[in-house]
Design a protein around this ligand. Structure first.
Ligand code: NAD
Ligand code: TDX
Length: 336
């Protein structure tokens, strides 16, 4: 198969490219990525000389560039990871979120339709469902997004549905819980807190720290997307979850204790505006239809992730310094 992975220089997209090249010896992958602040070709060093891997710099909002990359590489299917992804950035500056997460998705749907591709997998998030006090979101739960990020992702997802209903475009949408693992940009909770602690800095915990997130390891997410790329029927929607729910304060304490620090390293800061209280995903459909289930033990995965950041300062230090430092100054670090 000749696969176009959009956003393949980011965190999960780069894991997926490495997974596909290792799992399918006859597959060819084209990575189409704009290289925003979140795109990093260092994530793909180990495959950059693989003859089955090609990198093309481009923007999914650029219709002609999307058409060119598909035509020139005889692409058969798309997996779309390209998005603006950080909720805090969407609160400060939503513009790029609306363009990439809605208009970019629209361009990929148009291309999937016009080039008669066999499948487009749209990687989306549990955040489109909003916040849930008890129980878990199913694929039938209504959308109720609360941040510019989740509203933009919901817009892209609605277009996917409309393209299937109207044109029978073979698109499959995923709604996943929070990812964790190596190579995650150090603005998200787990890598931000780990790298702060390595630097001897405190970790800013929003609000009362009791917001709940569900966490899935990169390896389990790659396997789920593999199954959906090959087996899911066009027009289907699948939740991808793990059951590994934690309050932020519980997760923070796990990171602190694993790294040999105490609660004095927590800095309570003002809450994120519109902060969703709890996400929880019912992924029984994915298990029932394909037998997929998460395999990675969370504590083991977290330990490996911490070890990776400790061993790879050359990867993350440049991302917290220089021009990037301005962003970290603006994070919600005002005292509560
Ligand atoms: P990321 O922020 O690490 O990487 C995004 C990648 O997309 C970067 O390489 C960036 O350069 C690229 N990109 C951004 N705009 C682009 C554009 N206009 N054209 C081409 N490339 C562009 O992302 P991630 O955290 O790996 O998330 C990947 C996908 O998974 C996103 O769609 C996100 O909404 C979804 N998701 C993420 C999580 C999570 O916990 N991180 C959870 C659920 C769903
Ligand atoms: O400094 C922080 N302090 C803090 O308390 C940061 C960065 C986060 N938090 C809290 C906010 C959330 O409750 O930790 C939780 C996790 O925050 P993020 O890592 O920013 O992730 P979240 O907002 O849950 O969104 C993530 O999961 C769903 C991804 O960024 C999205 O792309 C994905 O769709």
């Amino acid at each position: 198969m000749k696969l176009l992975v959009c956003g393949g220089a980011g965190f999960m997209g780069s894991h997926f490219i490495k997974y596909i090249l290792a799992t399918y010896p006859d597959y060819e992958v084209v990575n189409f990525d704009k290289l925003t602040y979140a795109g990093n070709l260092e994530n793909l060093r180990e495959v950059e000389n693989n003859p089955r891997y090609t990198f093309v710099r481009g923007d999914i909002c650029d219709k002609a560039a999307v058409e060119d990359v598909i035509r020139e590489n005889n692409i058969e299917a798309i997996v779309n990871y390209a998005a603006e992804t950080h909720v805090d950035r969407s609160i400060m500056d939503p513009d790029a979120f609306l363009r990439t997460d809605i208009l970019g998705t629209f361009n990929l749907l148009e291309a999937t339709k016009n080039f008669n591709l066999t499948k487009m997998v749209q990687i989306s998030t549990d955040e489109v469902y909003g916040s849930i006090e008890a129980g878990s979101f199913t694929e039938e739960s209504p959308f109720s997004p609360n941040s510019p990020y989740s509203a933009a992702k919901a817009g892209g997802d609605h277009l996917c549905r409309a393209y299937f209903v109207t044109y029978k475009t073979p698109v499959v949408v995923t709604h996943s819980c929070n990812f964790y693992g190596t190579n995650q940009y150090p603005e998200k909770l787990i890598p931000f807190f780990i790298t702060n602690l390595i630097e001897g800095k405190k970790v800013p915990l929003y609000g009362d720290g009791k917001n709940v997130r569900e966490w899935i390891h990169t390896s389990d997410h790659c396997k789920a997307v593999d199954v959906l790329l090959h087996k899911a029927a066009p027009g289907e929607v699948y939740n991808i979850g793990s059951g590994q729910e934690l309050e932020n304060i519980e997760l923070t304490n796990m990171i602190l204790s694993e790294m040999g620090f105490g609660g004095d390293m927590i800095e309570p800061v003002r809450d994120r505006p519109g902060h969703d209280r709890r996400y929880s995903i019912d992924w029984s459909k994915l298990k029932k239809d394909f037998g997929w289930h998460p395999e990675k033990d969370f504590k083991a995965g977290l330990r490996e992730t911490i070890k990776w950041y400790k061993n790879n300062p050359n990867w993350w230090q440049p991302l917290k310094s220089g021009e990037h430092r301005e962003y970290f100054k603006k994070q919600y670090t005002e005292k509560a």
